[in-house]
Design a protein around this ligand. Structure first.
Ligand code: ADP
Ligand code: MG
Length: 365
């Protein structure tokens, strides 16, 4: 603890904007990142993630808006004075320096004496699980090991904020999953604030305390992984995180928190987490494929259910689960995913069947 402040910095972005000539990279991002939080900026390529991160680091100057770290505006402060660690996708290690000298570089820049440098570099190597690698050169390390060295270099000077831009993007899937777990552990050990950028929704869901979903230079929604998955605020988030079925409907009435909407002659009950809806309004119903069940034979849930009659148009056995494509009365498609079991009868193409799913799993977006 320093001066009664937590080990991690808090970061406030207030209507942050960046334009390059006619191109708007960041259109007005407002976001409060808490001390010690693991927050991920998740979004498709070009949504403004890197630009947001480089403005926090101080390598780009905002066109408008403010960035405050621990409540103080840093917009006029040069990058080196912000005391922020950074890791990029390309490891950006100095090829002619040993691992120890790479990691010690930020300490040398800050005038830390040699003996202390050696100790801090040793500690950092322990933290990233590379003890004894100090004398090697980057070319003698695998991609995963190089990225661990980059990580050690970013935390060796004990920053209170670590920014990472797609740091695992260049690694294969298995190594990526190992390093994801290591990053979580490191975050817990260090207790500092992590702001992590990725376009990979699975990575974001696995690692983050909270996720800010970005689209076209704006935050589409911010929340815990389960909030974003179960209660997407809008069509973009429902489609970008996981898989969703969408059906067009019209609002017909209300029952307490539940909105009653008409889809192709059937009444469907839904939750509207974020927006006020009025009767007659056109809306989109959104439901996850694994939350839908075949109604016949299934053990009925006591929770209120929606029901529809459909025809099976595609049935795919995919090992751990079966994936069905279903057609509704108006010709819309619905995907249903069912855990596979030798005890469950598999449905055949052409079969007419009733499906059901919980009102709580039906979201208006
Ligand atoms: P992301 O990291 O989410 O892929 P970026 O922040 O890199 O997105 O870019 C957001 C948008 O801003 C893109 O359309 C990109 O082409 C544009 N952009 C980013 N940097 C520059 C630059 N230096 N000059 C012009 N346009 C840029
Ligand atoms: Mg980027």
């Amino acid at each position: 603890m320093m001066n009664g402040v937590g080990r991690g910095a808090s970061v406030s972005l207030n209507d942050l904007q960046k334009s390059y000539g006619g191109v708007t990279a960041v259109a007005g991002v407002t976001l409060d990142i808490r001390s010690g939080e693991f927050l991920t900026l998740l979004g498709p390529s070009g949504s403004g993630k890197t630009t947001t991160l480089t403005m926090i680091a101080g390598f780009e100057t905002p066109t408008d808006g403010d960035i405050a770290i621990d409540g103080k505006s840093v917009v006029a402060m040069p990058p080196y004075r912000r005391n922020i660690g950074m890791v990029f996708q390309n490891y950006a290690l100095f090829p002619h320096l040993t691992v120890a000298d790479n990691i010690g570089f930020p300490l040398k820049q800050r005038g830390v004496p040699k003996a202390e440098r050696t100790k801090l570099v040793g500690d950092a190597l322990e933290l990233v699980q590379l003890p004894g690698y100090g004398a090697r050169y980057p070319r003698q390390l695998s991609g995963g090991q190089q990225q661990r060295v980059a990580l050690a270099r970013a935390i060796v000077f004990k920053p209170r904020l670590l920014l990472m831009d797609e740091p695992l993007g260049a690694l294969d899937k298995q190594l990526r999953e190992t390093l994801q777990l290591e990053m979580r552990r490191l975050h817990a050990d260090l207790g500092i604030t992590f702001i992590y950028v990725t376009h990979d929704q699975e990575e974001a869901l696995t690692m983050s305390d909270r996720i800010a979903v970005m689209n076209e230079g704006l935050v589409a929604q911010v929340g815990r992984p389960e909030d974003l998955y179960d209660r997407p605020d809008n069509h973009f988030v429902a489609a970008f995180i996981g898989e969703s079925n969408f059906l067009p409907a019209v609002v017909r009435g209300f029952e307490d928190e539940v909105v009653v909407a008409e889809y192709n002659g059937s009444l469907i009950r839904a939750i509207s987490p974020s927006k006020q809806r009025d009767a007659g309004m056109k809306v989109i119903l959104s439901t996850r494929p694994e939350r839908i069940r075949f109604a016949d034979g299934a053990v009925e849930s006591p929770a209120p259910q929606n029901r529809l009659n459909v025809t099976v148009t595609e049935a795919v056995f995919a090992g751990e689960r079966c994936r069905y494509m279903l057609r509704t009365g108006d010709g819309s498609s619905i995907v249903l995913k069912e855990p596979s079991s030798a005890a469950i009868r598999r449905r055949e193409v052409g079969e007419r069947v009733e499906i059901s799913w919980s009102v709580a799993d039906t979201i208006l977006v």
